[in-house]
Design a protein around this ligand. Sequence first.
Ligand SMILES: C[S@@+](CC[C@H](N)C(=O)[O-])C[C@H]1O[C@@H](n2cnc3c(N)ncnc32)[C@H](O)[C@@H]1O
Length: 250
Amino acid sequence: MTDNSAKTTHFGFQTVAEEEKAGMVHGVFTRVASKYDVMNDLMSGGVHRVWKDAMMDWLAPRPGQKLLDVAGGTGDISFRFLKRAPGAHATVLDMTESMLVEGRQRAEAESMADSLDWVVGDAMALPFADNTFDVYTISFGIRNVTRIADALREAYRVLRPGGRLMVLEFSQLPNPLMQWAYDRYSFNVIPVMGQIVANDRDSYQYLVESIRKFPDQESFAQMIREAGFEQVKYRNLTLGVAALHSGWKL
Ligand SMILES: C[S@@+](CC[C@H](N)C(=O)[O-])C[C@H]1O[C@@H](n2cnc3c(N)ncnc32)[C@H](O)[C@@H]1O
């Protein structure tokens, strides 16, 4: 008998059953893990570093804080956080073990292993008690999550009162002409780069499609409010190619 109640979602531009998406996303990041850092620099011309530094500037990490970096991958956000906050501790959680393996190797090379934990897990069902962390970050991860509202609810649950959420994600350019030019670049150049550098056009095709499917700044800010966060604000980066969203659990 066919189950007509099965829920669907997007995997890039494809419509897939909700329960299929996580496996497909996991497949993408398992395939790209060893080339992930170098591809980030190539695709963005290094600009992702400027955006991540802007995230830290707004976040202003403080000594001794406990960070949870969800969909933390190879640890870019956690490394930056720890460098700015002596005595802080970061937990990097990701569903893809190969991404964490790359990150753990970087932590050892940078002598930062003692300040970090690496946890395989799902943003939608975090394996942590309520009110545990001072800061929750998710950078270029939330658009890959099957049910964004569930991930935001979990963020709220594990933050302590007074804790802060910050999201860095690709976004929408308010100027249609610029959006058109940016789409031409991302759809025509990035999958080709993925083919040449990582021998994997399909994964990078998914990544650009998932960017296009993600809600605009205002809609995403509203989702953050609906999860319970207050003082929700956002800042565009590079004309809206990416955006930072901030909210507080008060
Ligand atoms: C584009 S990478 C971002 C890595 C890193 N945060 C950065 O900014 O460079 C996206 C990561 O999200 C992870 N991810 C996707 N869905 C997830 C989920 N539901 N729970 C945890 N991690 C997830 C993927 O495994 C991948 O490592």
